[in-house]
Design a protein around this ligand. Structure first.
Ligand SMILES: [Zn+2]
Length: 499
């Protein structure tokens, strides 16, 4: 239920969520129950990713026409008419006005809108339900059910029995690679709640689902692993048994050539293995947006990425959790999209990393923020402004209900977020080696859409000459990251004790 509501919120807010892996610049349009498929290129529009309606509608029963110098575009299909106008975020369907999250851009022969808006417009033109499924970058028109994947992992003393069930037949291939076993599915998209699971016993270290094209299930092998064989293989099931002892003559399931099938393992109900805690780390700024700059010429965006990568590695190692970054390169990611990525991962914790800037070179110290909806003091507002944008007053216009919902996503988490901020600050204040500035609240745009406990950490002032040097030193980065891991550890322990 929560997921469906989330998807709705995301669609309503027009948020565009990139998949965790796979092509970063394509959207698949699926219709006719998956019988029709078009791949559409995504471009960087002024307000975020956009696709051309003309391309998305290729092969569909929609005709386009243009009128006048206002660049009005009309889509017609089976007696229905949808009209869009360049620069407007309203469009008309049979004379009724509807809203989109961002204005239409008509450029030459192309009409550009965000992928969620493209779903709204094409759905209206075709008179069919249509939705943009951000999780797997698909624009789905009409009834379409993606195959669902379910996986159960049973850990025994000397084996791990993994059973993959599919809701409908999907061709797949099982391949043994160095240090891992990969099941690749020939499907455009697949639905699953499964993200990743860490397994005890060191036979298989972890199992991960990758929403790449094509989707894959990856078993990372542990040091006790000796052999793998398939216990079951049909178009809707695959059973894998990972063993600590070598199987006589076992050539593990290479290239789909399965070893001798075993009888179906007597599968005990899975208990005791909970979904691992998922942490999403957001390295502030990136790409054109360098963030604050130090007197030595170094940029905040590089510091936050270095810290985020260290934090990801340290958190996975020491806390046995899953951790992902909102960007793993020098790229620009819009503020709302950062929280949307955390929502997309069903993250339990969201941390945005930053370094502060001030026109006073002497300003120094670390501070941890969580979201405030109400007016904060001038200094807190200044920091929030510097980190991209502040939360504006909730729109009163009722056509923007979706945006209001998006803006309220973090409201239910404020109590937990204040605990997260407190735990992080408790540790980092000692590690920072300079003045500590406390836990504060400010209207940070980047935290607004997060549906989980979320905090923003200012690790120090990059504009302070001494702190700039310190912040870019390996020793200090390790110290800060260890402190954050300690703080996270305390927060997670409380979460596990009292979920
Ligand atoms: Zn920043």
């Amino acid at each position: 239920m929560l997921n469906a509501r989330l998807a709705l919120l995301l669609a309503a807010a027009g948020a565009f969520v990139p998949g965790p892996a796979g092509a970063a610049d394509e959207v698949v349009v699926l219709s006719g129950g998956g019988g029709h498929k078009t791949v559409v290129l995504v471009i960087d529009g002024p307000k975020g990713p956009e696709i051309a309606l003309e391309e998305a509608a290729k092969g569909l029963d929609v005709s386009f026409s243009r009128q006048g110098r206002d660049a009005k575009v009309t889509l017609k299909s089976g007696g229905r008419e949808v009209t869009l106008e360049n620069g407007k975020s309203l469009f008309s369907v049979g004379g009724q006005l509807k809203a989109m999250a961002a204005p239409v851009r008509v450029v030459g022969e192309r009409t550009y809108v965000s992928p969620p808006s493209a779903a709204t417009v094409l759905g209206a033109a075709l008179g069919q339900p249509a939705a943009y499924r951000a999780a797997y970058r698909a624009l789905v028109i009409g009834a379409y059910e993606a195959p669902r994947l379910r996986i159960t992992n049973v850990v025994n003393a000397a084996t791990i029995e993994s059973t993959v069930e599919l809701s409908k037949p999907v061709p797949y291939d099982v391949r043994k690679e160095p240090n891992r076993v990969v099941v690749t599915f020939q499907a455009d998209v697949m639905e699953t709640d499964f993200i990743a699971e860490a397994l005890p016993g060191r036979i298989v270290g972890s199992v991960r689902f990758e929403r790449a094209t094509p989707p894959r299930l990856i078993f990372d092998l542990g040091e006790r692993f000796a052999s793998v064989k398939t216990s079951e293989r049909d178009s809707q099931h695959v059973g894998l048994v990972f063993d600590v002892s070598p199987t006589a003559g076992a050539t593990p399931a290479a290239g789909g050539a399965a070893a001798t099938p075993l009888p179906r393992p007597s599968v005990a109900p899975v208990t005791g293995f909970r979904r691992p805690i998922v942490l999403v780390i957001d390295p502030g700024h990136g790409g054109e947006d360098g963030g604050a700059q130090g007197p030595g010429g170094r940029f905040e965006k590089d510091l936050t990425l270095a810290l985020a990568r260290r934090l990801r590695a340290a958190a996975v190692d020491s806390l046995s959790i899953q951790a992902f970054l909102t960007r793993d390169g020098d790229t620009e990611v819009p503020l709302d999209e950062r929280a949307a990525i955390a929502n997309n991962f069903n993250a339990d914790i969201f941390i945005s990393l930053h370094a502060n800037g001030s026109r006073f070179a002497s300003a120094a110290g670390t501070e941890v923020f969580f979201l405030s909806y109400t007016a904060a003091d001038d200094e807190a507002r200044r920091v929030a402004m510097q980190e991209g944008a502040i939360l504006e007053k909730a729109p009163t216009n009722d056509k923007d209900v979706g945006l209001i919902l998006w803006d309220m996503a973090q409201a239910a988490q404020l109590d937990a977020s204040s605990k997260l901020a407190g735990n992080l600050y408790g540790e980092i204040a000692q590690a920072a080696l300079s003045r500590s500035r406390g836990v504060k609240q400010a209207p940070f745009r980047v935290l607004v859409g997060a549906t989980m406990p979320a905090a923003l950490v200012e690790v120090g002032f990059i504009t302070n000459p001494e702190e700039e040097k310190l912040l870019f030193s390996e020793a200090h980065q390790v110290r800060l990251v260890n402190a954050l891991v300690q703080g996270l550890g305390r927060f997670i322990a409380a979460l596990r004790a009292n979920p």
